[in-house]
Design a protein around this ligand. Structure first.
Ligand code: SF4
Length: 354
């Protein structure tokens, strides 16, 4: 049982973040934001893949000027990502749904004040995006690139925004390694109730990012920490969303689509289980209804696993069983099992959707 921290609910466009809102999954385009057509194309891909929010880099005035045309072509809430030049935040705040600034490279308080004033005018939230690799010098000098340094930076900047009577805040504390990431979020969590944006920054290729993000975000989510998240991967779009949603699903936080239990196979295997499971994944990718199914290579654990599955296959010698809710409903030759199983899965989906 996960006890999620009770955080303040803010809104990024029409997407709630924090409080009792579902944990949202977001990503970032990697086009030049000034290239409106290419950026909109990537936003559409992310939207189709299931992203709730998209973030765009705003490194120059051309990018800031392009935001209006981009915003007109998507219903996904847009976060403008600002480093160094606070004037780009002022321009972006005219059209986007949230401003993310990095306090490590915009530390002049007057400039932050102007960003906050611009956000107040349109009721926009701000993400204080602390990065371990770009801490303000007063924190890096004192604490080094540590979790403590990130947390002190966040506390300092939260206080500054609160003193400006601004509390539509979310916070991220990103390091490129799992331990500092987890440590910093855990350290800051009890000290305020602002929603947290989780992520391991610069997490690498799809393979390494999936592992780092699963460990770090999985640990935090099981602690009840986290309100929105981004999986950072080198050069990926849809995969970031796929992995983000899979982490939420496999942590038991969202129930969505098929949970496929399949054995690792061994010398007792009675069928081509690898192909069978691949076929099940492909044929059921469209299903959003949460179902537990099990596809097992022999009878050793198949009957036990089938007890908690909505629909199951237990392969045997030349034939196998179709099991529903723990009851054997049919024995069929091996080559007939998969089609029958998929038929029963679709039936079960229809039943549950009624
Ligand atoms: Fe091996 Fe059977 Fe277990 Fe699969 S279910 S791993 S085939 S013993």
């Amino acid at each position: 049982m996960i006890n999620r921290y009770k955080t303040k609910k803010i809104f990024v466009g029409d997407v709630p973040v924090g409080g009792d809102a579902p944990i949202s999954v977001q990503s970032m385009t990697y086009t030049k934001t000034s290239d409106v057509e290419a950026t909109v194309e990537q936003i559409k891909r992310l939207h189709f893949a299931g992203a709730d929010i998209v973030r765009l880099a705003v490194p120059d005035i051309e990018a800031a000027n392009a935001l209006k045309a981009i915003k007109e072509q998507t219903s996904l809430p847009i976060v403008a990502d600002i480093h160094f030049n606070y004037k780009l935040a002022l321009k972006a705040a005219e059209v986007v749904d949230c401003i993310r600034f990095n306090p490590g490279n915009i530390s002049d308080k007057q400039k932050i004040k102007e960003i906050v004033q611009a956000c107040k005018q349109r009721n926009l939230p701000v993400r204080i995006g602390v990065n371990c690799g770009s801490l303000e010098s007063q924190f890096e000098d004192k604490y080094g690139q540590t979790a403590k340094g990130m947390v002190e930076s966040a506390i300092y900047n939260i206080k500054y925004l609160e003193d400006l009577d601004f509390t539509d805040i979310k916070i991220s504390l990103k390091a490129s390694d799992v331990q500092r990431t987890v440590e910093s979020y855990r350290m800051l969590r009890p000290l305020n109730n602002y929603p947290f944006h989780l992520g391991v920054t610069e997490a690498g290729t799809a393979f390494h990012s999936t592992i780092k993000s699963s460990i770090a975000l999985g640990s935090l989510l099981l602690d009840g920490i986290g309100d929105t998240m981004r999986i950072s991967m080198t050069g990926e779009l849809e995969k970031e969303i796929e992995v983000g949603r899979a982490i939420l699903k496999d942590a038991g936080i969202i129930k969505e689509g098929l949970n496929i239990i399949s054995c690792p196979t061994c010398g007792r295997i009675e069928a081509d289980l690898v192909s069978a499971v691949a076929e099940v994944e492909k044929a059921t990718a469209h299903i959003k209804t949460p179902l537990n199914v099990s596809v097992m290579g022999c009878v050793v654990n198949a009957i036990g696993e089938a007890k908690s599955a909505d629909v199951a296959i237990a392969y045997g010698n030349g034939s196998g069983l179709i099991i529903k809710k723990g009851e054997v409903i049919e024995k069929l030759p091996t080559d007939k099992l998969l089609a029958r199983f998929l038929e029963e899965v679709e039936k079960e989906v229809k039943l549950q959707e009624k």
